[in-house]
Design a protein around this ligand. Structure first.
Ligand code: 5GP
Length: 191
């Protein structure tokens, strides 16, 4: 998505540790109009797949998931990183290593929000080593729902997640794929 690549070039900041900061529109301040544009593109890519639910992971996946959900007319279920008091009943649970925080979280979804027959689109803001997506895949598989694919705002193509998840037979569509980045340059993969 050309507009996303241009926005990354204009507003993105490369931080040490292979982190791309896009706090100005995706991770801290939310550019809601632009999130809706990204959502429309995700809806276009996955039209005709019969998707009835989006599954994402808190916190940063929620905004882009909502952008897509508005255009697809489906609900969003987000995996919670900690079992808070307002989670009750049976849960699916897995562990996810956070790329940005370097810690391990228990990630949970209440069983009642994933139902037999669901056709699910996984959505997240970034794809790096694939740990967050693999956590969601594991929960969806345990729930027995169909995974129609994964939509990512920004994939870092120089990390292994995209390749590994595509090798699992899952369709991954990333609106922008960063091929390489340094302090003063970011290059994108042609798609
Ligand atoms: P993975 O699990 O694929 O290694 O990393 C993806 C998760 O880590 C995403 O949910 C995202 O929140 C975070 N993440 C990974 N790389 C970056 C990055 O370069 N910038 C930002 N802002 N978040 C990232």
């Amino acid at each position: 998505m050309k507009a996303l690549e241009e926005k990354i070039l204009k507003e993105g900041v490369v931080l040490p540790g292979n982190i791309l900061k896009v706090g100005n529109f995706l991770n801290h301040r939310l550019d809601v109009g632009f999130l809706c544009e990204m959502g429309a593109e995700i809806a276009r890519l996955f039209r005709d797949c019969g998707i009835n639910k989006i599954v994402t992971i808190e916190t940063s996946g929620i905004a882009i998931a909502m952008g897509a959900a508005i255009h697809m007319g489906v609900p969003v279920v987000f995996a919670k990183k900690n079992k808070s008091k307002n989670v009750s009943g049976e849960v699916y649970c897995t562990e996810v290593v956070s790329f940005t925080h370097k810690n391990v979280s228990q990630v949970i979804v209440e069983k009642k929000y994933l139902e037999a027959g669901d056709k699910v689109l996984l959505v997240d803001d970034f794809l790096a080593n694939g740990m967050a997506l693999k956590g969601l895949i594991s929960i969806c598989r345990e729930a027995g729902v169909e995974i129609c694919g994964a939509a990512i705002a920004i994939e870092k193509g120089f990390q292994k997640g995209g390749e590994e998840i595509r090798a699992m037979g899952i369709r991954v569509e990333s609106l922008a794929i960063v091929e390489s980045m340094t302090d003063d340059s970011i290059t994108f993969r042609e798609q």
